[in-house]
Design a protein around this ligand. Structure first.
Ligand code: SAM
Length: 241
């Protein structure tokens, strides 16, 4: 069945089924719809990424008052002026890492709600994630623990310097925009590893970039234009209007 037809069927059947379903079942169906209409309908094809996006309950990573909007095709506020990224962007960044099938180690800069880290934890052996806002670091850490994502390790701090103790990483995801690729993060990338990072300006264009380290050389490739909140901390001092 085509993506269009299966999405149409889901849209038509969802309200009928929802009338007899538990909240968990309703959210699970909304995730299925999200997969068809937002991910498969675009360019998300990696089965492991699609499985992780099916399994991780996005509605539990946002304020209760927004849970009805959890599976919409957009970022949502999580407090402190920050956002949880659009589901498609989370899936795309995860897919672009090309993580090896076993025992991958991943670094995320910008934990936010912990959602992207939870998705990554389904593809990696260990996920290290750093958040600069203490309240968000604390709440994400507690949420991930309570939900038994036991291979995710949260640290409060400035991710611009990475997390040297656990380097090298097979994948690095930066979920806030930077004017440049932080040199410490390139250093902490493993040979054959990939980093996905939005690069650009706060006010003008940002591009999602893939940085790859191969045979000691680093290459960069631009993927799509994006809009992220800025990377703050030491890096934030370098932002120019
Ligand atoms: N990945 C998050 C999620 O799944 O909810 C969304 C991240 S939000 C778009 C960007 C996050 O990066 C914010 O929580 C922000 O506080 C954090 N951030 C910004 N600059 C940072 C820095 N220098 N070090 C660590 N975290 C930073």
């Amino acid at each position: 069945m085509s993506v269009f037809l299966s999405a149409l069927l889901l849209i038509l059947l969802l309200p009928l089924a929802a009338s007899h379903a538990s909240p968990d079942e309703v959210f699970a169906r909304q995730r299925e719809l999200m997969l068809e209409t937002q991910l498969r309908a675009r360019d998300i094809t990696d089965a492991r990424v699609l499985r992780a996006m099916t399994d991780v309950p996005r509605h539990l990573f946002i304020p209760d008052s927004l849970s009805a909007d959890a599976y919409e095709d957009r970022p949502l506020p999580i407090g402190y002026g920050q956002t949880i990224s659009q589901p498609y962007i989370v899936a795309l960044m995860t897919q672009l890492l090309h993580l090896p099938p076993q025992s991958a180690k991943v670094l995320e800069v910008g934990t936010g709600s912990g959602y992207q880290a939870a998705v990554l934890s389904r593809l990696a052996a260990e996920v290290y994630t750093i958040e600069i806002i203490p309240e968000l670091a604390k709440s994400a850490s507690a949420r991930l623990k309570q939900m038994c994502y036991s291979n995710v390790f949260v640290r409060e701090g400035d991710g611009y310097q990475g997390w040297k103790e656990h380097a090298p990483y097979d994948g690095i995801v930066v979920t806030a925009a930077s004017t440049h690729v932080p040199p410490q993060l390139i250093e902490q990338l493993a040979e054959g590893g990939r980093m996905v990072i939005p690069v650009g300006s706060v006010f003008f264009a940002q591009y999602l970039m893939v940085v790859e380290k191969k045979n000691g050389k680093t290459t960069m490739q631009s993927v799509i234009p994006v809009r992220f909140v800025p990377l703050t901390g030491e890096h934030g001092k370098g932002w120019s209007p």
